[in-house]
Ligand binder design. Structure first.
Ligand SMILES: [Zn+2]
Length: 144
């Protein structure tokens, strides 16, 4: 963590990254990426090999604004969502559209896991919590 405040009265609020994606899709939700040649911000599902582009991350206010722009531009709803920070154990970057990163451990969805997957050359570090939001907060260092 780079922005830890030295004043214990005013702990720094961590800058949690946000990504922008389609609200829903019949297939895989598109994420906002920068097109490698045009530089335009487009859906990673709108061009060949778009899934090879890392989804953009930004502060929440920018993400909210971009989601609104993308909704107008594409005619379907886009939303902003919390994206994972790099692995707190090994520093590996985890893409916002990495579906294997975080998922429920049971049918009741009362136990959630976030992890740095060894099958993606990660270190195997895992965290657990009772909700999706909580496990993302723990991963991002927002809650202990
Ligand atoms: Zn790791």
């Amino acid at each position: 963590m780079s922005d830890i405040s030295l004043d214990p009265e005013f702990p720094a609020v961590p800058s949690v990254p946000y990504a922008v994606r389609e609200a829903e899709s019949e297939h895989v939700c598109g994420y906002a990426v920068k097109h490698p040649t045009s530089g335009d911000i487009v859906s990673n599902r709108s061009f060949k090999d778009g899934y090879c582009e890392q989804p953009l991350t930004m502060l929440q206010a920018e993400a909210d604004a971009l989601a609104a722009q993308m909704s107008v531009k594409t005619g379907v709803a886009w939303v902003s969502e919390v994206a994972p920070c790099p692995c707190p154990n090994c520093g590996r970057v985890i893409w916002a559209d990495d579906l294997d990163f975080c998922y429920p451990q049971n049918r009741e969805r009362t136990l959630w896991r976030a992890g740095c997957n060894e099958h993606d050359f990660g270190c195997g570090h895992e965290l657990y919590a009772t909700t999706y939001d909580e496990v993302m907060n723990r991963w991002n260092g927002v809650s202990p």
